[in-house]
Design a binder for this molecule. Structure first.
Ligand code: ADP
Ligand code: MG
Length: 322
């Protein structure tokens, strides 16, 4: 890397947060961190590419927020406590005002979740942002995709389909009221359910974060756990903003709710006896948790409406290579 780029890193990416478990942060060939006795390291990475993972007119502040959020959402789904980040940035040119806005927002969101940026890479190329997030987890509290069992209840946090509606609004360029603005915010500034993941990991063995739509992501759990599920479409939690955007609940686009991407809510699979404990956690966090269905032994995935009739999806979720 040339010295100009090094100045850029010093100027914009040296973190203000100083976690005690970071012995060496940005500046050397590697960062050095300490994993506490008894903890295990959870590691994940996600790339955001201009025009693929965010619309090209997304602000640098929102891109930074989303780059962190999508990674912390993966940690949340495993029950891990976020600790450290690395950032590989590919920038088409050195636009200092863009970099300043991006790095200010990045720092702000990192501080909010008490994660420290400890290294990265800066290159010239099409705009792309890769964040790696590392977190700490107790071995006995890890939530995995392959631990669902027949009879378990299926829950989701928050509301579904908001970000997909937000994307539609951005693509059609029609932000006209507060509901629209809120839905676009759900697309651009997802809130990773970090606290929820950490808390429920005491009572839940199986979870996934919903990044490609409930149908596809719950599908991953069913595949890994070798079982099936029934989900009631009338139980799916919707925001009043989405309902109003759609005119009323009967007019809601269920494809958007079940297969739209970018929800970043958690889907939890829990033995039914733990319902009370889950509801207590939900109320402590002021975050709705909704029971939407049940895990079945038979390996089919049924989405049913209020009459019990099967709802057939056109597409199961966002796939990159189709
Ligand atoms: P090397 O040449 O050894 O790969 P670099 O010169 O690329 O190292 O980077 C110098 C230091 O700056 C390293 O500690 C690296 O982790 C850090 N760094 C580079 N780019 C970024 C970035 N975008 N965000 C955070 N740290 C970065
Ligand atoms: Mg390098």
């Amino acid at each position: 890397m040339v010295s100009g780029e090094f100045n850029l890193i010093n100027k914009y990416f040296l973190s203000s947060s100083n976690r005690k478990d970071v012995s060496l942060g940005i500046g050397d060939d590697c960062a050095i961190v300490s994993v506490p006795e008894g903890k295990q390291l959870a590691i994940t990475t996600d790339t955001l590419i201009d025009g693929v993972h965010f619309p090209s007119n997304t602000s640098p502040e929102d891109i930074a927020c989303k780059a962190i959020a999508v990674n912390l959402s993966d940690l949340a789904s495993m029950g891990a406590e976020p600790a450290w980040l690395t950032l590989a940035l590919s920038l088409p040119q050195v636009d200092e005002s863009w970099i300043k806005s991006f790095s200010d927002s990045f720092r702000q969101w990192a501080e909010k979740y008490n994660v420290q940026l400890i290294g990265g890479d800066t290159t010239q190329g099409p705009l792309s942002i890769t964040v790696q997030a590392m977190g700490l987890v107790d071995a006995e509290n890890i939530m995995r995709r392959d631990c669902a069992r027949p009879g378990d209840a299926i829950y989701v946090s928050g509301t579904l389909g908001d970000a997909a509606a937000g994307l539609k609004i951005v693509q059609q360029g029609q932000v006209v009221d507060a509901n629209h603005a809120w839905l676009v915010d759900r697309l651009n500034r997802p809130q990773p359910r970090v606290e929820l993941g950490m808390k429920v990991s005491a009572v839940c063995r199986c979870a996934i974060d919903i990044s490609d739509g409930l149908a596809a992501d719950l599908g991953h759990i069913l595949e890994a756990s070798k079982c099936g599920a029934t989900v009631n479409i009338d139980r799916l939690p919707l925001s009043h903003q989405l309902v109003e955007y759609s005119t009323n609940r009967d007019e809601v686009d269920w494809e958007m709710v079940l297969s739209g991407g970018d929800d970043y809510e958690l889907c939890l699979v829990v033995t039914p006896e733990n319902d009370n404990k889950l509801m207590k956690i939900a109320s402590e966090l002021s975050l709705p948790l909704t029971r939407i269905g049940v895990i079945e032994e038979h390996r089919s995935f049924n989405i049913i409406d209020e009459t019990g009739a099967r709802y057939l999806l056109d597409k199961a979720g966002y796939e990159h290579f189709t």
